[in-house]
Structure formats: C-alpha cells, structure tokens
Design a binder for this molecule. Structure first.
Ligand SMILES: C[S@@+](CC[C@H](N)C(=O)[O-])C[C@H]1O[C@@H](n2cnc3c(N)ncnc32)[C@H](O)[C@@H]1O
Length: 217
C-alpha cells in the first residue's frame, strides 16, 4: 500500500507495534517544504541545500528533492537509511542529489559546522529519547537546544528555513518558537506553529504532535 503525498509516494503497512510505517500527518509540512525550496531558489540560490535530521522514512527528504533541492538525509538507524534508498528508487529519485548518512544527528551537524558547510533548509524531527549509531544517547530536553543553535549557524548567511516537529509534551511548540526568537535577537524569524493531526472519514481528529515552521530572512 502507498500513501500518495503530492509528487512522491511512501509505502506503508501495519507493523507489529501498531505503527503504519509512515507519517501522513506530515503532509502539510512537506507541502510547505516544497514551497520553501521554490522560494529559496527564486530569491537566494538556484540549487538550495536541504538537511533532514532524524530522517527515518524520509518524507521531508523527498519533498525537498522533488522540489529541486540537494538533500542530506541523516538517521542513526542503518535499516531506515537502507529503506530510504529503496523509497527513493521507487519514486524515480535514485539518481537525485541526495546523500544518505547513518550518523548521529548532533555530531554530524557539529562536523558540518567545522567544515563550514552551508544549508538553506533544515528539518528536525527528533524523538524524545534516541541514540546515535554508536549508542550515545539523545535526550530531547538536554540536546535539542544546542542542536538548534548549531543548525541556525549552518544556514547560509543566516537565511533560509527550519522545520521542527515533535511528538512529546516537553518541549512544546511555544517553547521552541520562543527559543528561536530569543536566539535570533534582532533578526526574528517569521514563525508559524501548530498541531499536526490525522482526520478520519467521520471527521474525528487524532492529534499527532506539533510543528514549528520558521522562515529566517
Ligand atoms: C520520529 S522518527 C523521525 C520520522 C521521520 N521524520 C519520517 O518522516 O519518517 C525519529 C528518528 O530519529 C532517529 N534517531 C534517534 N536518535 C538519533 C540520533 N542521535 N541521531 C540521528 N538519528 C536519530 C531514529 O532512528 C528515528 O528514525
């Protein structure tokens, strides 16, 4: 079975843990990313660079790629990254400019900063708890803030956009939006925030976490 998400599709199936193997509630965020790639290509660089951290099934990777960005796809779990390559091929993106990395997100971003790499779009969908490929723990309450700082520093000329999504209660979308405003000081981002949800045929809404979309100019 496939979820058709605009210009790409994602396979899904019930897992033994009751998950469906993709994140359909992210569709509005994927549409937003596609429009952001187009905006950056129009106003800044012809070939925007996107970084998808905690990328897993890669919805944000495909959204940025079909819109014309060069994308770096980072996840700590090797099987997820291998599956992502298959999803890319299934979408005709096997030869698209996408780098796949089995890496610790925070460590990778620090390394990119040292290499003076630059990105135009950064996506973070961190779990509350996780671990890097070599077992080092990820704790959202402790590790998100320095990661956001480093991601802000990776933005080309401090401009571009950032999408942060989350599934737990702490931190919530308001704390993250306040943090972004505080870190940017006199160059406050334009922020849109809210809850993601899934709606069934009867119109019932299932909450599926939050999103923070920030445009930095
Ligand atoms: C909530 S899922 C992300 C879902 C994804 N945005 C998507 O659309 O499929 C969290 C992912 O973070 C990864 N992860 C956990 N800790 C990590 C770390 N320290 N560095 C990189 N990835 C990590 C997990 O392997 C998992 O795939």
């Amino acid at each position: 079975m496939y979820l058709q998400a605009g210009r790409f599709r994602l396979p899904f199936d019930l897992t033994p843990f009751g998950h469906i193997g993709c994140f359909p509630e992210q569709q509005p965020n994927w549409s937003w990313l596609e429009s952001e790639v187009a905006r950056v290509a129009r106003t800044a660089v012809a070939e925007p660079r996107g970084l998808n951290l905690f990328a897993h099934t890669g919805g944000s990777t495909w959204a940025m790629s079909v819109a014309g960005a060069h994308v770096t796809h980072v996840d700590a779990a090797k099987p997820s990254v291998q599956a992502a390559r298959r999803i890319a091929a299934d979408n005709g993106l096997a030869a698209a400019p996408i780098r796949y990395l089995v890496e610790d997100a925070a460590k990778y971003v620090r390394r990119e900063l040292n290499r003076r790499a630059e990105y135009d779009l950064v996506v973070l969908d961190p779990p509350s708890y996780g671990h890097g490929p070599r077992g080092n723990p990820w704790l959202i309450g402790r590790d998100l803030w320095p990661l956001i700082d480093n991601c802000l520093a990776l933005l080309r000329d401090g401009r571009g956009c950032m999408l942060i999504t989350g599934h737990g209660e702490q931190p919530d979308q308001r704390q993250i939006a306040d943090y972004l405003r505080q870190q940017r000081g006199e160059r406050p981002p334009r922020i849109e925030l809210g809850r993601s949800s899934l709606v069934d045929r009867a119109g019932r809404r299932l909450d599926a976490g939050f999103f923070v979309r920030a445009v930095l100019t």
